[in-house]
Design a protein around this ligand. Structure first.
Ligand code: BGC
Length: 721
């Protein structure tokens, strides 16, 4: 039972107390924190008084049950009205048990395992005192130069929306108040942060409202439909106005049109960043624009703290705006049960039991095996246990396999690839050498590697990007593997041995110098705490590779953005009547990506029958079904992801050449055939028209069913209305 209705708190709060409730500070500001008082760098310039800290509404970055309890205890003693702190943290793909990065999870196409990963992350975080996670990040991505693509599930609005829902369900469960092993979710970064120009982080985003609504907004909306409690505004501009100060985006679209009444938080420092953006002359204007736009919590800058009181007293900002924001924050605290139990799930004993426990790590291993994508295999894989293996490369024994967003994860505790292989085949069969650093070549290491490889049956290369080369502020203009590693491959290729490359990286790479030189490529991304075991499971065929790309691998960076659901153009390349030159193409490279969306191999092969429709005409009342038979024509039982795409032949606005509308994962024994049926409904054929209304048009469509976005066979049907 709540001691008093939260409106009573609001009534008793002074204007200053209300404004401080809107502030979020990092943990070193708080008494009881392990890092208490370590206020360095830009934090010093915030000008935060002890009184403000006492009234602050939320804290970010707390980790550990005892610390959370200590901070809350100290806070409650000092806060005049006894309003508990809301504790938030970035629990992106696991807390201490680290799961594969979200882009890898996207490649699993496995919504229930994704949900489970979020549930486990929530369980570990909640027992360690966290109330809200800054996740899921659902930004749609089409530019692998952007380092944060690893935080997204990929390039498709439908797939991203399904994952957004799964993550929200996993984090929040059904009853945040009573289920203290869950945390509230905060979907981010609203909106379209993934469309930064040139793939350079924090850069301008500019697109039509049509594009925004049709492609970029659906995943945020899906998260909110699933009940996501919070939204984080993005750093970028939308239509020339930074999202943080964008009234049309936050107040009109998110609040009024979508009816979102939860808390909106700025991103780190983003309120003050309105100044360098050129959208506010000073901190006072930044505060005014942000509160008017709808930002409730200012993260890690103090424009509200310094200027809102005066803005209210001089009548520039209505006090109502502050009250609404405070009420939303108090409501969230109430929803989480904090007024009754300010320590919520924090429990040092349980924490020691469940954080990084066997069960959680087993789930991470399972999801990692489903997230790796076999991109190429010319008979090199699976490995046999009687083969001698030379494991070569900077990732052979590296623990840097958790990814850039795993601040609580331990790279020391991560299972390295070498350990995974030894657990399968024994140390006597495996020689290991680094060959080079991630970016540094040296002759000594190179020759050592060549000598090690010379006596082996197979070379397994462990290559990639360090975790610092992707993630926030991790944009790259050249997305090939670093030269040192390309040189290593070239040198080892001279031995003429079968080679398989295992890649650890946070983005789709340009695989020139890799895919053309080795017989097999397994994209492992940053696979998480159990990475070495999961990859060894796949390399030895104990588990069948089943991952399918959720983001295209470009042929070269010059094609970017390259994505499967593009428009046809008026001069498509390859049309029967197309000219040779005056078509939409590059003169020096193909239009197609090297590996398309939906693509991935197994150690078996699948055959698809021609898709069959239940009828060729459908209506809104009478949906169609489309069916295919999928046969496992190889010798191993394996999972296949059967994908349904639709093309609308002519629309009011141009429609993509294909759009994912459904998928099904099936397990097939060798020789087994399964019939897979999808329903096609009128709702799936709707899109945003030029006047931004959302509906379908009567006319002709093509439905495609197949193993990926490139190789799906199509059949025509008509929608009659
Ligand atoms: C990132 C957010 C993150 C926040 C808090 C920012 O720099 O853009 O994704 O949630 O920091 O750590």
């Amino acid at each position: 039972m709540t001691q008093q209705p939260i409106e009573n708190y609001l009534k008793q709060m002074t204007l200053e107390e209300k404004i401080d409730q809107l502030l979020q500070l990092a943990v070193p500001f708080f008494e009881g924190a392990r890092t208490e008082g370590e206020i360095t760098g830009p934090m010093q310039e915030l000008g935060v008084s002890e009184e403000t800290v006492r009234n602050t509404g939320s804290v970010l970055g707390l980790s550990g049950a005892q610390e959370a309890i200590n901070v809350q205890q100290a806070h409650l003693k000092k806060n005049r009205l006894g309003i508990p702190l809301l504790m938030m943290a970035d629990i992106i793909h696991g807390f201490k048990t680290i799961f594969p990065v979200p882009l890898a999870i996207g490649c699993s196409w496995d919504l229930s395992l994704a949900e489970r990963s979020a549930e486990i992350a929530a369980r570990e975080a909640a027992v360690s005192g966290v109330h809200v996670t800054f996740a899921p990040m659902v930004d749609l991505v089409r530019d692998p130069r952007w380092g944060r693509v690893m935080e997204s599930t990929g390039e498709d609005p439908y797939l991203n929306s399904e994952f957004a829902r799964a993550f929200v369900r996993g984090f929040q469960g059904r009853d945040l108040r009573n289920d203290t092993s869950r945390v509230a979710a905060c979907v981010k970064h609203f909106a379209a942060y993934g469309a930064a120009e040139g793939g350079r982080d924090y850069n301008t985003v500019d697109m039509s409202e049509w594009r925004l609504r049709e492609t970029y907004l659906p995943a945020y909306k899906a998260a909110l439909e699933e009940g996501c409690e919070m939204v984080m505004a993005s750093f970028n501009t939308v239509d020339g106005i930074p999202a943080t100060g964008n009234r049309r985006l936050l107040r009109q679209l998110l609040r009024e049109e979508w009816g979102f009444n939860g808390v909106i938080i700025s991103d780190w420092g983003a309120v003050k960043e309105l100044i360098p953006h050129g959208a506010a002359a000073d901190e006072k204007e930044a505060a005014r624009r942000s509160i008017e736009a709808g930002i409730d919590i200012e993260m890690m800058t103090t424009c509200y703290m310094k200027h809102l009181a005066e803005l209210v007293k001089t009548g520039v900002v209505e006090e109502k705006r502050i009250d609404e924001a405070v009420l939303r924050i108090l409501q969230l605290k109430e929803k989480l049960g904090l007024f009754d139990n300010p320590y919520r799930g924090a429990d040092p004993e349980r924490e020691a039991e469940i954080v990084f426990c066997e069960e959680h790590r087993a789930a991470s291993r399972e999801l990692a095996t489903k997230s790796c994508v076999l991109l190429k295999n010319e008979g090199v894989l699976p490995l046999r246990r009687d083969q001698s293996i030379a494991l070569i490369g900077p990732f052979a024994q590296s623990g840097d396999i958790l990814g850039p967003w795993s601040w609580q994860g331990s790279t020391e505790a991560a299972v390295r690839l070498y350990d995974g292989l030894v657990a399968k085949a024994g140390a006597s069969r495996i020689v290991v050498a680094e060959g080079c650093g991630i970016e540094e070549a040296d002759d000594r290491r190179l020759e050592e590697a060549v000598a090690a490889a010379a006596g082996a049956d197979v070379i397994v290369l462990a290559l990639g990007e360090s975790s610092e080369m992707s993630g926030e502020a991790g944009s790259r203009g050249d997305i090939r593997l670093p030269q040192a590693q390309l040189a290593l491959i070239e040198r080892l290729a001279e031995l003429g041995k079968p080679m398989a490359a295992v890649l650890f990286n946070g983005r789709p790479l340009d695989l020139h110098g890799v895919a053309d030189r080795v017989g097999a490529v397994l994209e492992a991304w940053f696979p998480g705490s159990e990475g070495g075991h999961a990859i060894a499971d796949l390399l030895y065929g104990d588990v069948q590779p089943s991952g399918r790309l959720s983001m295209s691998f470009p042929y070269a960076a010059g094609q970017i953005p390259v994505y499967y659901n593009h428009f046809n153009t008026g001069r498509p390349k390859g049309a029967p009547d197309a000219q040779i030159r005056y078509v939409s193409q590059y003169l020096d490279m193909p239009n197609e990506p090297l590996f398309p969306f939906g693509f991935g191999l197994s150690y078996t092969t699948f055959m698809y029958s021609e898709p069959e429709l239940s009828a060729t005409v459908m209506t809104p009342e009478q949906p169609l079904t489309i069916k295919v038979n999928v046969t496992n024509t190889g010798s191993a039982a394996a999972e296949e992801t059967v994908q349904l795409y639709i093309r609308d032949i002519a629309g009011d606005v141009v429609r993509p050449v294909k759009e994912l509308k459904g998928f099904r994962k099936i397990l097939l024994q060798p020789g087994e055939t399964q019939e897979v049926t999808f329903e096609i409904t009128e709702a799936q054929l709707r899109y945003h028209h030029s006047d931004l209304t959302y509906s379908s048009d009567a006319g002709e469509f093509v439905a495609f069913v197949g193993p990926n976005s490139r190789d799906a066979a199509g059949v025509r049907f008509i929608l009659q209305k």
